[in-house]
Design a protein around this ligand. Structure first.
Ligand SMILES: *Cc1c(COP(=O)(O)O)cnc(C)c1O
Length: 483
């Protein structure tokens, strides 16, 4: 047993000074980790001896915190996902901020439950949500909730949309008949499909509409589908617009969709997981015109706002409908008029989660430290970098841009003329993997019209133009070697 079995056992440090010294060391190491990020590999495969360590059984006895930290240093820290590195452009990720780290640290220290209650944590989240309403130009009377990310934000918004537009008390009755229909383009993010399935409508409850050449939803096709569905006895309820598609960064015509929704009495939802926060960028804001007309917006703060994971947000214009979808107050959650259990609008009444972490604090601290304009400038710079990369691609005869640059996403491939589609796909797939394995850069990939492409989602506040020079140089080198 531990050295002081006669003392009162808790989970606090047995030696506060020693524990504090270890934490100080971690702070030293963590700052070096971020500061020297370029000196380490973006990503590397975990060797077998490291993998083996993750098979050990649950520790039943205490060990000292120093050795736990050594374990972390040896087996976890060298094998990151890589998204903190400036040359990581896969999927769509943010980098984190030091102020975000500080916020997460204090959130864990004070460790409040943001389900509800009259305490400062609630006020911080309320304020952060109010700031986000301002960013997307929604009225103060709207409601909002911080959630884990875009998936949960879209889910919450689509649930409200279904309940409001069904035309009967679907929450009590369940589905009367399965004829409700959501609409989105074929480029819609898969989390919306999952949401519609979970809302009881099945995959068929989300109709995917054809896109234009620039990967935005085809408005005429959308109108036609709605008319046809109504004639066939279906009940259209909602259009999901995407501002910043995950493949190419395309922004649907928000005003055109708003007009259709007004005319047809449909809920207008914007999946702005990538792009809604780009309202902070002077360059992109004009392209997002119409977002303020939406009934709901889902956005991610762990993408282009660089908050440490997880941080997403849903904003709903009609507070009452939002609350009606999720509020359920059993006797053990009834509110008092005074004390901790008082206060209006508990966040647990606006979503599925009862216990909720204090994710607002990192956002609050980061926005206070950096100010919204600096975040906007970081977004704008990424857009310029996407065009910089696009120019490098356009200016080389063996490279080909495969889609218009949307926001900060560029899709291209190595293409020395005279190869078949299959050959090109195989070469580009191999280029992408070797870039990754040689720890040169970590771009993403997607397939557009059957063509495999190297996809760079440039959401890094650390990346410089030279990083794209290095990328292009190496794509050409590898292409030459493979071609
Ligand atoms: C990333 C993304 C999502 C999902 O968000 P998560 O934060 O990963 O849950 C939804 N929609 C779009 C357009 C996205 O890019």
């Amino acid at each position: 047993m531990s050295k002081d079995t006669d003392s009162f056992e808790t989970l606090d440090p047995q030696d506060w000074e020693q524990s504090k010294a270890l934490m100080h060391q971690m702070v030293e190491d963590a700052f070096d980790y971020v500061k020297n990020i370029r000196e380490r590999k973006i990503w590397q495969e975990m060797p077998d001896d490291v993998l083996k360590t993750f098979e050990s059984q649950i520790p039943q006895q205490p060990s000292d915190a120093e050795s736990v930290y050594q374990d972390l240093q040896k087996n976890v820290l060298p094998y990151p996902m890589g998204n903190v590195h400036p040359r990581f452009w896969a999927w769509y990720m943010g980098n984190g901020t030091i102020s975000g780290v500080m916020g997460d640290f204090w959130a864990s220290i004070i460790n409040p439950n943001l389900g509800g209650g009259n305490h400062a944590g609630h006020k911080v989240e309320e304020q952060v949500v109010n700031w986000i309403k301002d960013i997307v130009e929604f009225p103060k009377s709207s409601s909002g909730l911080l959630v884990s990310g875009g998936s949960m934000a879209n889910y919450a918004a689509l649930a409200v949309a279904r309940n409001v537009k069904a035309g009967y008390d679907i929450r009590t009755e369940g589905l009367r008949e399965n004829n409700l229909v959501f609409y989105a383009s074929t480029e819609v993010h898969s989390c919306n499909t999952k949401a519609v399935e979970l809302l009881g409508l099945g995959t068929k409850g989300l109709k995917k509409i054809a896109i234009n050449k620039d990967y935005t939803i085809n408005i005429d096709a959308l109108k036609k589908q709605i008319t046809e569905d109504k004639a066939n006895g279906l009940q259209p309820i909602c259009v999901i617009a995407t501002s910043g598609t995950v493949n190419t960064g395309a922004i649907d015509d928000l005003n055109a969709i708003a007009d259709i929704c007004e005319k047809e009495n449909l809920w207008f939802h914007v999946d702005g997981a990538i792009g809604a926060i780009a309202m902070l960028s002077d360059t992109l804001k004009p392209q997002l015109k119409g977002i303020e007309r939406a009934d709901s917006v889902a956005l991610d703060l762990h993408k282009w706002l660089h908050m440490p994971f997880e941080a997403g947000c849903v904003i709903i214009k009609d507070n009452e409908s939002h609350k009606k979808t999720f509020s359920l107050i059993p006797e053990y959650l009834e509110k008092n008029t005074r004390g901790l259990a008082s206060g209006e609008n508990w966040f647990s009444e606006y979503g599925l989660q009862l216990s909720r972490r204090f994710r607002a604090l990192k956002i609050w601290m980061s926005l206070k430290e950096h100010g919204s304009q600096r975040f906007g400038r970081m977004i704008t710079r990424n857009v310029e970098q996407a065009y910089y990369l696009g120019d490098l691609v356009k200016n080389h005869k063996d490279l080909e841009l495969l889609a218009p640059i949307g926001m900060d996403i560029a899709c291209f491939r190595y293409n020395p003329r005279g190869k078949t589609l299959e050959e090109l796909n195989a070469i580009n797939k191999e280029i992408k993997l070797q870039l990754e394995e040689q720890a040169i850069a970590l771009p993403g990939y997607t397939t557009l019209d059957g063509a495999y492409c190297i996809r760079c989602a440039i959401s890094s506040h650390r990346v410089t133009n030279e990083d794209f020079d290095v990328l292009v140089e190496n794509v050409l080198r590898l292409g030459n070697e493979l071609g």
